[in-house]
Design a protein around this ligand. Sequence first.
Ligand code: HEC
Ligand code: HEC
Length: 217
Amino acid sequence: MRKILIGSYILVMFIVIFAISNGELIDGKKSKAVAAGEKLYLQYCLACHGETGKGEGKRAGTAINNQHFLSSVSDEDLYNYVKFGRKDTDMHAYGTSLLDEDIHKLVVFIRHWQTEKISFEAPNVIAGDPDQGRGKYNLYCLSCHGEAGEGKIKMGTALANPQYLKYTSDRQIWITTAYGREETRMGPSLKGLEGARQLKKQDISDIVSYIRSLEHK
Ligand code: HEC
Ligand code: HEC
């Protein structure tokens, strides 16, 4: 009986040790992938997006570390944003200078800033009136995002940018407009949330339809 007890005790110890060392292995692997991405990030992205990804670099960059942003984009979206860049802005198309596997490493690194997964309530189909939307855009958004979404350096991004619109869905534009990006100048717009703007859901859909209408202009 005693032998069996000692035997099972040793067995349990083995299982515990195995579980711990295995966990370390997985963690070790993860931090290796993050470290590989970090190395590239420090080399190529730091000057604009800053050390913590808050857009605090010396040059114009956006915040890519905030939870609202990270919860609203997939890894594939991040990959496309980095690979294809944003024409006529400071964000280059890194697909021409970096290997695909390097861009994947950068995505892993950006993703490591995510500490929570927020699910946003938003309409599945955005049905708005672009003409109505133009008036509302000019009133609420133009001061930062510029005439017809052309963007203003250090004020607001270029919303009419062809690569932005190609790799971003209406629903994602709706979510960012409604809920904003915490700790940036992009405050929420949805009525009931603490923001400078108190827009109704339909106002937001109208504005998104207007932004989408700028795609091929
Ligand atoms: C006070 C300035 C300001 C106003 C007003 C403003 N924005 Fe923004 N917006 C920003 C900034 C700054 C960002 C980039 C945030 C970041 O660093 O991630 C942004 C980001 C966005 C994005 C994400 C774009 C991207 O490149 O991922 C969308 C969509 C957006 N704003 C829509 C709107 C709409 C629609 C309005 C009007 C209802 C509006 N914004 C009003 C400053 C503003
Ligand atoms: C010279 C400055 C600069 C450098 C260097 C730079 N970026 Fe950007 N990046 C920007 C600007 C500016 C934008 C927003 C462009 C716009 O839409 O107006 C942006 C946008 C982005 C976005 C989309 C964010 C959003 O809100 O939709 C991602 C992701 C991103 N950059 C990642 C990277 C990565 C990764 C690197 C390094 C490989 C990098 N950037 C290098 C300036 C820069």
